[in-house]
Design a protein around this ligand. Structure first.
Ligand code: ASP
Length: 406
């Protein structure tokens, strides 16, 4: 098959068929061992056992707060995850290690204000203390550092820099086995891929958060944090970068996205693998001064969206196209012109599947790829933007961050 794009598509389809077969075999109890080994994404974790565990941890958390009704933030959130054990899963009370928990805010650290709105107010130590109802303090040290108390939709790349720097500082300590970052869910996928891109340690970094606030009658934060502890102390995850642990699932940073505004099962992945192939980690350079814009390529979107973005100082551009990565002719002309001077990545507004340049025509993905526009593979606009910021900040060829893994 001579057309490389077509070949990639066939390979991708073959991967999907293989994944479907794998999933089918995982559902057969006789293949339980295969499930533990190959574990289709997102992986489930934990020795966690049950709803009792959730409510046990939750009630401890609630008791230290002024529980109010679960009105504003996701009151109808439900957990739909299934649990399984990884080859290294241990009972929580058996887990050992020294983990640093960096608290940055988000719903997990939020309470209702006097108007009933949810705002971050809670310190990291209040998030961690309830965990000792299940984990053994003599075996597991959870060292807490408060580094921000933000709603993650308010974060800037300067805040991302602060988190990356804090994580690196902790990972360099010989006495620390891994780092957990508690974080708002709105931009967790951005911080996760930023950490992953600069992650040059074998020790895991795991992000978690919550869909229901700390003072909810049934907060999901305590159980999510417990899952993060299980993940960060599990040697299976060592050497594979950053993960999101959420609602009993463990999702690799690359390809993760927030998939529900309300449900406890709030994250999904567009990665095809438990441990997606990652580019070589970049040597950290601050992202705070870099400007990368995301442009939504709705049908009929005009060229000046890109022209104005460049005029305002964008150093790279992400275009969120349609379907498998296609845009209208006007915007396409501007995109191809822009690609002569700055990195331009094409992604899609569709949640799942690859973007790799299939269609011809004025704004088809294949036409754009031929003109130097980089297809985003499995990544979507928020994560593509972070990779472009990292490429600009470090002087890296952006293409290297998107391929071959996507
Ligand atoms: N707005 C919140 C945040 O991202 C949402 C959450 O944490 O679930 O900080």
């Amino acid at each position: 098959m001579s057309n490389p794009r077509l070949r990639r598509r066939v390979q991708y389809s073959a991967t999907l068929v293989a994944s479907a077969l794998l999933l089918a075999s995982c559902q057969n109890p006789a293949n339980q061992e295969d499930k533990d080994e190959a574990s289709a994404t997102p992986t489930t974790t934990s020795s966690s056992t049950s709803a009792e565990k959730t409510s046990e941890a939750s009630s401890t958390a609630s008791s230290s707060s002024s529980a109010t009704s679960s009105s504003s933030a996701s009151s109808s959130a439900t957990s739909s995850s299934t649990k399984s054990s990884s080859s290294h899963a241990k009972q929580r009370s058996e887990i050992e290690g020294h983990v640093v928990v960096l608290s940055t805010g988000g719903t997990i650290a939020s309470t209702h204000d006097d108007k009933g709105a949810v705002v971050p107010t809670v310190k990291g130590s209040d998030l961690v203390d309830p965990l000792y109802s299940e984990f053994d303090k003599d075996k597991l040290e959870l060292e807490v550092k408060d580094i921000a108390n933000l709603d993650s939709s308010a974060m800037t790349l300067a805040d991302t820099d602060k988190i990356i720097t804090a994580v690196h500082e902790q990972l360099q300590r010989n006495d620390v086995d891994g780092v957990i970052v508690t974080h708002g869910t709105d931009s967790m996928e951005e911080t996760a891929i930023a950490l992953d891109t600069f992650h040059d340690s074998d020790k895991p970094v795991v992000l978690t958060g919550a869909m229901r606030p700390f003072d909810d009658d049934d907060p999901d934060g305590p159980e999510n944090l417990a899952t993060a502890v299980e993940t960060v102390t599990n040697p299976d995850y060592a050497g594979h970068g950053a993960f999101i642990a959420f609602d009993g699932k463990v999702i690799p940073a690359r390809g993760a996205f927030k998939s529900d505004t309300e449900k406890a099962d709030g994250f999904a992945t567009n990665s095809q693998e438990k441990f997606p192939e990652r580019p070589e980690p970049l040597k950290y350079a601050p992202l705070g001064d870099v400007r990368v814009d995301i442009i939504a390529a709705y049908p009929g979107a005009p060229a000046d969206l890109i022209e104005q973005s460049l005029a305002k100082g964008a150093q790279a551009i992400v275009i969120e196209g349609m379907g498998s990565g296609n845009i209208g002719p006007d915007l396409a002309n501007a995109a191809m012109e822009a690609a002569k001077s700055v990195p331009v990545v094409l992604t899609t507004r569709v949640d799942h599947g690859p973007v790799e340049g299939i269609y011809g025509g004025a704004g088809g993905g294949a036409t754009l790829a031929d003109a130097g526009v980089i297809p985003s593979g499995n990544l979507r606009a928020p994560q593509a933007r972070i990779l472009l910021a990292a490429a600009v900040a470090t002087g890296t060829d952006a293409q290297k961050l998107f391929s071959p893994a996507g």
